[in-house]
Design a protein around this ligand. Structure first.
Ligand code: B1M
Length: 221
């Protein structure tokens, strides 16, 4: 099988949520010398985008979306150590979570993996994280950055609720707030008062480093 054929088969297997085939193909791709990023960005993610498009058109329903998501999550477990390979000492701490009312976690987990790969320590609070849980985690871990993920238009307003909770707890100025997720835009991030937004996991790491660098240079100025 050529690499293009493997990517196509992986795309198709993810689309129909064939978890065992997805794992086999990911492992075969890696054994053939393909990079984890190639498998992720040229097959797995585009396939999930197609799942979403089919769901929107009414061709797929929640069960199909669920099994495709599970197949992708299985692949991410194999890719995680390869994407997160780093010998670097921690360059900062990030508390991450998907906001209250939202169970999507594949995108958040990918952001976590990329953060870990860049040398950040990540404290993952999981999904459906209530504002008070973010407040408690920030108080306990004193992170440099807190990241909120939202994947539904109906849960995006939780960004503002979370930021309000940080203000109320007197923590807002201690931590950089980053937001992201499929429906989120820079304009929305600005409107809720977040410090940073990124459209994908790689951009999230770049933005985090930039924001952290700026804050540290201000602190030492
Ligand atoms: Co749902 N779902 N889902 N879903 N789901 C979407 C998000 C949707 C866009 C599908 C569609 O209609 N096209 C749609 C939302 C529409 C909207 O609000 N505008 C939708 C819907 C409607 C729903 C339900 C309401 C369906 C229902 O029950 N009727 C329901 C909601 C449940 C809930 O949360 N309360 C639901 C449920 C589910 C499943 C459980 C079945 C499953 C989730 C499995 C899981 O995550 N464990 C699921 C899935 C799989 C999807 C799609 C198909 C795929 C999501 C995904 O993993 N994408 C999705 C369609 C789509 O996104 N195209 C869809 C791949 C992932 C790598 O990308 O998530 O964008 P993404 O993450 C990116 C960026 O967003 C960014 O980096 C990530 C990596 O590059 N990013 C950040 C993320 N967080 C960041 C944080 C940052 C910075 C960047 O800083 C802190």
């Amino acid at each position: 099988m050529t690499q293009d054929e493997l990517l196509r088969e992986l795309y198709d297997a993810t689309l129909v949520g064939n978890g065992p085939a997805v794992l086999d193909l990911v492992n075969s791709g890696l054994a053939a010398g393909m990079g984890p990023e190639t498998l992720l960005y040229e097959s797995l993610i585009p396939s999930l985008e197609e799942v979403g498009a089919r769901f929107e058109r009414g061709d797929f329903f929640v069960p199909e979306m669920l099994i495709a998501g599970k197949a992708m999550a299985g692949a991410l477990e194999v890719l995680r150590p390869l994407l997160a390979e780093t010998g670097a000492a921690s360059i900062g701490t990030v508390v991450m979570g998907t906001v209250k009312g939202d169970v999507h976690d594949i995108g958040k987990n990918l952001v976590n993996i990329m953060f870990e790969g860049a040398g950040f320590q990540v404290i993952d609070l999981g999904v459906q994280v209530a504002p008070e849980k973010f407040v408690a985690a920030i108080t306990e871990h004193q992170p440099d950055i807190v990241g909120f993920s939202a994947f539904l238009t109906t849960t995006m307003p939780m960004f503002k609720a979370n930021i309000n909770a940080l203000v109320k707890a007197g923590l807002r100025d201690q931590v950089i707030v980053m937001v992201g997720g499929a429906p989120v835009t820079q304009e929305y991030a600005d409107a809720v008062g977040a410090d940073g937004y990124a459209a994908d996991a790689s951009a999230a790491v770049a933005r985090a480093k930039e924001l952290l660098g700026r804050r540290r240079s201000l602190a030492t100025a």
